[in-house]
Design a protein around this ligand. Structure first.
Ligand code: NAD
Length: 503
């Protein structure tokens, strides 16, 4: 029986299937493995109403109680990490070890949120005026929503809901319809951890569900992660409807290689960061800027390493890279190979010809396959350089100086991640200061901040004011209140219509 992935509302999966549904694929074979329900506006309304009804009691649950539930959830997620990784791999296509890695990085946010009693401590000032005290508190918003992309079906939701729920909000998750099953396992584990029904809900769906969340008057805040056009749309629509919105968008991450860098380490890093998860990571390196004269030698080293990679199904322990998520996405990514040649770049490794384990070439094997592709002599500003390709395609751009490389990075529309590779501390320090990108690596190709910092890019990679998780996440999911208090005694009496001044 093909599986049916439905909504999770009020602590249980909804029995009644939605009127509309979409296919779920196994990317390694191209076969349909099940269907996901696509919520109507009424189904979204039901989830929001359930979350709104659960809010008053959860908001009043003590900090210690909330932390205890989070600790139990952390243990359950850890115990089920293999099951979760296998689900992710079966719908997304990434290899099992990579799926386990995303679960581990998501769990770090749960661990961060376990410290919520400390994170929500406010400030207190005694005697701001004689016998008057002042203190600040942060309170939850109410029902908040998370709308997430296909590429991290566990980790990206986990950037959001542990912090939101720890802060006392109730949550409605709208996962990607392309790999929706992880959301239901996480929902089941929340219930097992003792989270009251209705605090965490899932609506499966597409634009119809997103649009209803963006206009629903009881949704107070929306966290979004996905492509830039949709991030901009979500930010503009959500804020127009009076909601707090943080919307993280797409990326085009450059790695600047100075001539003094160790080229073997650079080649390792470029291959790991370019082709891990088939390049379907918002922090993947998609462009290497090689400062003269290292270009030729670096390309040789990258090509040699690419030739040794094993491409195969995600559930094969020998596979290092799996297929892409859908046929449509695979074909779109592959179309850039022809564009590159038409633009005068040099296709040094053609991923359509890559051997797939258990199959033939990537182009000839059933499933959504494209092997690691290396394109040299890419011109800055060309389509292949500018567009977010979001696949296993690594472009090499030759530059003559640090300054030329920096300008190329700063001229790009996106500003999610970047890295410099050098042994020159002064150059690295200059780069961290001058580059217009939100997350910077120094000899670290994928500089994803730990859970206790906040994740987010600049420019078209983020719309809104706060990054996700860390203290900015706590800030996003709460609003501040300042109380000024005086315990009256008879000496405070007397009428005075003047403007109060401190005494
Ligand atoms: P996407 O924008 O297609 O989808 C993201 C979410 O928006 C999904 O839940 C989807 O159902 C919904 N959606 C899609 N079209 C919509 C529409 N027209 N109206 C309303 N909602 C819509 O993104 P994706 O393909 O799932 O994910 C890949 C993208 O996400 C890449 O661009 C990648 O860079 C980006 N991403 C960014 C980050 C980051 O931190 N900046 C992290 C992960 C992924």
């Amino acid at each position: 029986m093909p599986k049916r992935v439905g909504h999770w509302i009020g602590g249980a999966q909804a029995d009644e299937p939605s009127v509309r549904r979409a296919e779920i694929f196994n990317p390694a074979t191209g076969e349909v493995s099940g269907h996901v329900d696509l919520a109507s506006a009424q189904e979204v309304d039901a989830a929001v109403a359930t979350a709104a009804a659960a809010f008053p009691a959860w908001r009043d649950a003590s900090l210690v109680k909330r932390a205890q539930v989070l600790f139990r959830f952390r243990e359950l997620m850890y115990a089920h990490r293999d099951e979760l990784a296998a689900l992710i791999s079966s719908e997304h296509g990434k290899v099992h070890s990579d799926a386990l890695g995303e679960v581990a990085r998501g769990l770090e946010v749960v661990e961060f949120a376990c410290g919520i009693p400390h994170l929500l401590k406010g400030g207190f000032s005694e005697n701001v005026s004689t016998n008057v005290d002042s203190f600040s508190i942060r309170q939850p918003l109410g029902v908040v929503a998370g709308i997430t992309p296909f590429n991290f079906p566990a980790m990206v939701p986990m950037w959001m809901y542990p912090v939101a729920i720890a802060c006392g909000n109730t949550f409605v998750l709208k996962p990607s319809e392309r790999d929706p099953s992880a959301s239901l396992l996480m929902a089941r584990l929340w219930k097992e951890a003792g989270l009251p029904d209705g605090v965490f809900n899932v609506v499966q769906g597409d634009k119809e569900a997103v649009d209803r969340l963006l206009e629903h008057p009881d949704v107070r805040a929306v966290s979004f992660v996905g492509s830039t056009p949709i991030a901009r749309y979500v930010y503009e629509t959500g804020t127009r409807n009076g909601k707090r919105v943080q919307a993280l968008g797409g990326a085009k991450n450059h790695m600047l290689v100075l001539p003094d860098a160790d080229l073997d380490l650079v080649a390792d890093a470029a291959v790991n960061a370019g082709f891990g998860s088939a390049g379907e990571r918002c922090m993947a390196i998609s462009v290497v800027l090689a400062v003269d004269p290292v270009g030729d030698e670096l390309v040789d080293k990258v090509v040699q390493r690419v030739g040794e990679l094993t491409i195969g199904p995600g559930d094969d322990p020998e596979s290092q890279m799996g297929p892409l998520v859908t046929r449509v996405h695979r074909d779109k990514v592959a179309s850039y190979l022809d564009t590159a040649v038409a633009e005068g770049a040099k296709l040094v490794v053609d991923g359509r010809e890559t051997q797939v384990k258990g199959g033939t070439t990537a182009a000839g094997t059933p499933g959504f396959w494209l092997g690691p592709t290396v394109i040299d002599q890419v011109r800055p500003g060309s389509v292949v350089h500018r567009d977010e390709i979001f696949g296993p395609v690594l472009s090499i751009v030759r530059v003559s100086s640090y300054e030329e490389g920096l300008k190329i990075i700063n001229d790009v529309e996106y500003g999610n991640g970047t890295a410099i590779f050098t042994n020159d501390g002064g150059a690295a320090r200059r780069f961290q200061n001058e580059v217009e990108v939100g997350m910077v690596g120094i000899n670290v190709p994928i500089p994803v901040p730990m859970a206790f910092y906040s994740f987010g890019g600049w420019k078209a990679s983020l719309f809104g004011d706060t990054h996700v998780h860390g203290t900015e996440g706590v800030h996003f999911y709460t609003r501040g209140k300042v109380v000024t208090s005086r315990w009256l005694d008879p000496s405070h009496g007397g009428v005075n219509l003047g403007f109060p001044t401190n005494k």
